[in-house]
Design a protein. Structure first.
Length: 368
């Protein structure tokens, strides 16, 4: 093998270079130049990885976005952080595309960072019917999707968010927005923190009608079931119990047809008033403390049924409602207790005995 190689180069030397030494010198110089160029190219590629020499022979490619400087900016507007979760929470944020490239497939998710609350529902809060705020926006569960955002443009997204309290007494809602979007085939992920919210709490309010107390003592008087044309007295109990502090509690209701308040009442706190003109019963408490336990107002009412109320449970007080200021959130909280009637649902002894009867149902000796 070596003899064959030596014979090849000897024959080539005798043919091309023995008589023409200048050609030999030129070929050696040319070979050195080629070797030098190869060494230079390899060195540049090795020490400058960004220098892609294959790109000289390929189609130009658009530069990738700078991921260290996100293309999307999110600015939110939250007027107050104290909220009443039953009425929903309105807030809006503005998306701004700061790049020269269109953003596509934008997805934003509201993420709760607490186990005490759930997001029940998210809606677009579009108050102007002619507004384009809902264009290209869809909401599914906790995710808000926007198909595209033009280069150097912005878009406002107004929302109404409804929370559900899982743990009684919980107030703080910690949350954030997680986003994902595409720019020039690159997928970018980003999160934005949101201010903590303070959810207002409500006192525990209840109301009931009794003829006999929960302990079995007789409170009422007169026939039971009630008799047309005859007076029967009942007691109405309104209770307030709180795990937090409240001020300016007001409970009000209107005495129903054929019902009047007697002079008998019992108060654990506050003051109780009756208005003859409006027929309103109003209980007021200036301050409720979480450590004070039960607050109660109890008062007696008298019913004299009319014939048109025969065979029915009769309302004693109607449209019973309340309001108070939650001292921690500073919000006004409200509630509705409804109507209380003679069905005596809370009276374990006389439950269901409140339908009005006719005088003929009385025993003869009861009429004497």
């Amino acid at each position: 093998m070596l003899k064959a190689i030596r014979k090849f180069f000897s024959r080539r030397f005798n043919r091309f270079y023995r008589q023409k030494r200048r050609r030999l010198i030129l070929d050696i110089i040319l070979l050195a130049i080629i070797v030098g160029l190869l060494i230079t190219v390899i060195s540049l590629q090795f020490y400058r990885p960004g220098a892609n020499f294959t790109a000289w022979f390929s189609k130009p490619v658009a530069p990738a976005p700078e991921l260290d400087i996100p293309s999307l900016e999110l600015n939110y507007e939250i007027s107050q952080t104290a909220i009443d979760i039953e009425n929903g929470f309105d807030f809006s944020f503005t998306l701004k595309n700061k790049s020269q490239t269109e953003i596509n497939n934008l997805k934003l998710r509201l993420v709760l960072q607490t186990e005490n609350f759930l997001i029940n529902k998210i809606e677009l809060s579009v108050k102007d019917e002619g507004s384009n705020a809902a264009d290209n926006i869809s909401i599914q569960g906790e995710e808000i999707s926007l198909s595209k955002l033009e280069a150097n443009s912005d878009r406002e997204v107004p929302l109404s968010v409804y929370f559900v309290r899982k743990n009684e007494g919980a107030r703080t809602i910690a949350w954030r927005i997680d986003g994902e979007y595409e720019v020039s085939t690159q997928t970018i992920k980003k999160s934005w923190s949101l201010p903590e919210l303070s959810a207002a709490l409500k006192p525990k309010m209840s109301a009931a009608v009794y003829y006999n107390s929960p302990q079995g003592d007789q409170l009422g008087s007169g026939p039971l079931p009630p008799i047309v044309g005859l007076p029967t007295n009942f007691w109405i109990f309104i209770n307030a119990n709180a795990d937090s502090s409240y001020s300016d509690l007001v409970v009000s209701g209107r005495l129903a047809k054929n019902v009047r308040a007697t002079d008998n009442s019992s108060l654990l706190a506050g003051n109780l008033n009756f208005s003859p003109d409006s027929r309103q019963a109003i209980w007021r408490i200036n301050k409720i403390d979480a450590t004070s336990g039960l607050y109660r107002a109890a008062f007696e009412v008298q019913l004299i049924p009319s014939s048109d109320q025969l065979n029915s449970n009769v309302n004693l007080i109607e449209n019973l409602k309340w309001q108070a200021k939650d001292e921690i959130s500073g919000l006004l909280v409200t509630g509705y207790l409804g109507n209380l009637d003679t069905s005596l649902k809370a009276d374990l002894i006389n439950q269901g005995l409140g339908k009005v009867s006719s005088p003929e149902s009385l025993e003869p000796e009861s009429l004497e």
